[in-house]
Design a protein around this ligand. Structure first.
Ligand SMILES: O=C(O)CCC(=O)C(=O)O
Length: 484
């Protein structure tokens, strides 16, 4: 959803593949990705570019008329037997004509296989097999049951420069756990309860940059329906999803693979669908019912965020609607993004999304019960297991800017696994695109009078981020800005 943390090496542009079929259908490129390049390894003989076509030239592949073997005269039969002998000894192959495998049957077989290859990946998975003796076996680049991944998915040499905290504490279990905010007390608690939650929020935002929200109005059944709808979308045939492929951060509907395609140095083990949900609502018109569920899900999440932004304003010592007004939140950009991480045969080498910060004010996130999210806290990665009925909320860059660094956006990443497909749904709640965002003057240190961040519109921020022109955390490379 945002840019990677450190991108120093010069970018390579790996191909974006899900399957060979998807690769061929999606790139239409006239060359093949280098790791499909077979020549350096095994092809030690040149191909005769203009070799004769069977049946055209003297040296042609022999043709055997099998009907003469069945019902020809004895002379014809022995002539064919002689041709067969020559074909087998001279060529090792031949064409058979006038047989009983009818053209219509062959065409029907090809069409049926085509239909099989066009089935959603999920359905084909049922037939995946590893062993030569499996009676049915279907496979692709990533589903051959192979124990390794294509090299372009190998993330390790590029970006994973920090070890994963293998035995990091699980949120809610340990002392250092991600804070839990009971939002119902902000809405209908006593004044004491409200100020207690505001205090907890302040601590959560400044100590962690993330928290779990409980007792909110995004019901479990709505979340489940949203996850199921996204699953249906990802299961659509590649052809149908292609309609929504987009490259630009301002495309209101964008489906693709990877993280930031123009900057990615390795393939990321993640497909995504992103839709603008506010101020204008956009979603694909399939699968059936998707749009209605997405609208309700986005609206309910937005309501939660409005309650949180009011409390956060107060926690910063500002009046209740300060953040909403400063960000012109009424016209704020809300981005609904679903991430799809298939099982990965070498999860230790690949990554779903590299470490990054989100760009909005707050991000709300749920997943399908499969873990993979990690947040960075006190220089360690923590696994975040999001229980059903809980919204995981992350402080994003524009709350950091607005609070002049009092609250910092949180670094996070998504790991993959070899057991189960993971899906997460993130909603980025940002300022209005053309509103200039800057630190609240009330929060700028009067003595030094130094805002810690440059001012710019949210639109410009997104464009700079998309093109890799935000230096360090999010300081513009273009403007001569102040230090972060
Ligand atoms: O899948 C996740 O849990 C993280 C998703 C994420 O970081 C993003 O969408 O920006």
């Amino acid at each position: 959803m945002a840019s990677a943390m450190s991108m120093n090496a010069s970018p390579v542009h790996p191909p974006k593949i899900t399957t060979v079929k998807a690769l061929v259908e999606s790139t239409g490129s006239s060359s093949i990705p280098s790791f499909y390049n077979f020549t350096p390894y095994l092809r030690d003989e040149p191909i005769a570019g203009d070799a004769p076509i069977a049946g055209d030239a003297e040296d042609a592949v022999p043709i055997i008329d099998i009907s003469l073997l069945v019902s020809g005269t004895p002379e014809e039969q022995s002539q064919i037997i002689h041709q067969l002998s020559k074909a087998c000894s001279d060529w090792g192959c031949f064409m058979v004509i006038n047989h009983d495998v009818t053209e219509s049957l062959t065409k029907a077989m090809i069409a049926s296989f085509q239909e099989f290859f066009d089935l959603p990946e999920e359905e084909k998975k049922e037939y995946q097999g590893n062993h030569v003796m499996d009676p049915i076996r279907c496979g692709t680049v990533e589903s051959t049951g192979s124990s390794s991944i294509p090299s372009f998915y190998n993330f390790t040499p590029y970006l994973r420069d920090e070890p994963i905290a293998g035995d990091a504490p699980i949120a809610g279990d340990a002392e250092d756990a991600v804070p839990i905010i009971d939002i119902s007390l902000l809405v209908s608690g006593t004044p004491e309860e409200q100020s207690q939650i505001i205090h907890q929020l302040s601590k959560a935002c400044s100590d962690w940059g993330c928290f779990m929200v409980i007792n909110h109005d995004v019901t479990e059944s709505l979340t489940k329906a949203m996850i199921a709808s996204f699953q249906e979308f990802f299961d659509l045939p590649e052809e149908e999803k292609k309609e929504y492929q987009g490259n630009h951060v301002m495309d209101p509907i964008r489906c693709g693979t990877g993280f930031n395609p123009s900057l990615d140095k390795a393939n990321y083990w993640r497909d995504f669908l992103k839709c603008f949900a506010h101020p204008e609502f956009h979603t694909p018109n399939k699968p059936a019912g998707f749009s209605e569920i997405a609208r309700e899900f986005s609206k309910r999440n937005r309501e939660v965020v409005i309650i949180l932004l009011k409390a956060i304003s107060k926690s910063l010592g500002l009046e209740e609607s300060y953040v909403e007004k400063a960000a012109n939140f009424e016209l704020g950009l809300q981005l609904l993004a679903a991430n799809y991480y298939p099982t990965c045969p070498e999860p230790e080498k690949a990554i779903g999304i590299p470490a990054h910060y989100d760009h909005g004010l707050l991000t709300t996130l749920v997943n399908n019960g499969v873990s993979g999210l990690q947040v960075k806290h006190n220089e360690k990665w923590f696994n975040v297991n999001i229980p059903a009925n809980v919204l995981f909320v992350q402080v994003a860059d524009h709350l950091e800017i607005l609070s002049n660094g009092k609250y910092k956006s949180i670094a996070h990443r998504a790991l993959v696994n070899n057991k189960a497909t993971r899906m997460s749904i993130a909603l980025a709640h940002g300022p209005a695109l053309d509103t200039i965002m800057r630190p609240a003057p009330e929060l700028v240190d009067n003595e030094s009078d130094q805002p810690a961040y440059v001012e710019m519109t949210y639109r410009k921020f997104l464009e700079l981020q998309q093109t890799g022109r935000l230096r360090s955390k999010f300081q513009s490379d273009i403007e001569q800005s102040k230090a972060v």
